[in-house]
Design a binder for this molecule. Structure first.
Ligand code: ASP
Length: 335
């Protein structure tokens, strides 16, 4: 039997019916899980740890580092890793871990649920069963298993507050479809690993994010910010007729503050050559984030800046796929 460790970090799945995060001792959580989902014992030899137990809206950079470290430390002891995580920030953790653990060589499956495990009508049971099943399959991916899909972590976003299909990877087909049969994509586990060495000791989070709307005034980047992430319109367009926006971009360029542009649209990405406005954005020094989700972009920025990188390293990071995140010219064919 495969040896699988479940790292329980909180979120809805383990919540008590009162709505509080269940404050169960690690031993008690495994008992609770096996009471609710006895078939897990048929799938794998399970261990459980609770590195922290909280709503994932309270996630800090250190929490993700704790998970990355724990998985590295125990990588010889287990065949696969399941992380039970709140859904709110799961895509960010999946993105950071997708980069940091790209070379682990073992499955890391993040899951959670929209309804607690203890509820009668809950998605928790099937999500955990599918996650453990996937973790037993020796496919080297860091992915989110939720509803009827397994998705590459670095390509995911949470797109529904309440539906059981809460996550998508809008620009990358699923790694697996989880229906009556578990149908794996032949692409699962096959991406090229190009993460630069030496990342992860610090995850920089002082990144100024801006989501413009029509007429929005632009003020200069707050002091202390190490980079700017703009979620622009469509293919990367911004209202370049605005003097305050031009001053904003010129100020960032003058300070060599990296500015990365991604799209407000989940499907498709930024192409700064497509429109005159995009060309002007680029001429003022901003970099295209292509098809990066906001989470993958924040993860990459955080890791590069955390390792002491600056504008040149950020430019290099966004021009290549580190761990299978989709790039404008390299999307998979539909399977
Ligand atoms: N607020 C919860 C969390 O992210 C939501 C969930 O788990 O679904 O921890």
């Amino acid at each position: 039997m495969r040896r699988i460790i479940l790292l329980h970090t909180g979120g809805t799945l383990g919540m008590a019916p009162s709505g509080e995060p269940a404050s169960l001792a690690p031993g008690r959580f495994l008992e609770h899980l096996l009471e609710q989902v006895p078939e897990l014992g048929q799938l794998a030899q399970l261990s459980v740890e609770v590195p922290f137990n909280q709503d994932s809206a309270c996630l800090e950079a250190e929490h993700i580092q704790v998970l990355a470290r724990r998985i590295r430390e125990t990588s010889q002891d287990f065949d696969g890793f399941v992380i039970i995580h709140g859904t709110d920030t799961m895509a960010f953790s999946a993105s950071v871990l997708g980069f940091l653990l790209a070379d682990l060589g073992k499955p890391v499956v993040l899951t959670g649920s929209q309804r607690p495990l203890a509820f009668v009508r809950s998605d928790a049971r099937s999500n955990v069963v599918n996650a453990v099943d996937l973790a037993c399959r020796a496919i080297p991916e860091v992915g989110i298993c939720f509803g009827t899909h397994w998705l590459r972590g670095v390509a995911t976003d949470k797109l529904s507050v309440g539906l059981f299909e809460a996550f998508q990877s809008p620009n990358l087909p699923p790694l697996a479809e989880l229906g009556a049969e578990l149908r794996l994509s032949p692409q699962a586990g096959t991406f090229e690993r190009r993460v630069p060495p030496g990342l992860g000791a610090v995850l920089e989070t002082a990144i100024h994010t801006v989501t413009p709307h029509p007429g929005m005034p632009w003020s200069l980047t707050p002091p202390g910010a190490r980079a700017v992430l703009i979620q622009a319109f469509g293919a990367g367009n911004l209202p370049m007729g605005r003097p305050d926006l031009r001053a904003f971009l010129a100020d960032c360029a003058q300070r060599r503050l990296p500015v990365v542009v991604i799209s407000q649209c989940p499907h498709g990405g930024v192409d700064l050559s497509a429109y005159e406005l995009g060309r002007q954005v680029e001429a003022l020094g901003a970099l295209s984030g292509g098809l990066h989700t906001r989470w993958a972009a924040l993860a990459k920025l955080g890791l590069v800046l955390g390792a002491g990188g600056g504008l040149d390293e950020v430019r290099a990071a966004f021009s290549v796929s580190w761990a299978g995140e989709p790039m404008p010219s390299g999307a998979w064919p539909q399977v």
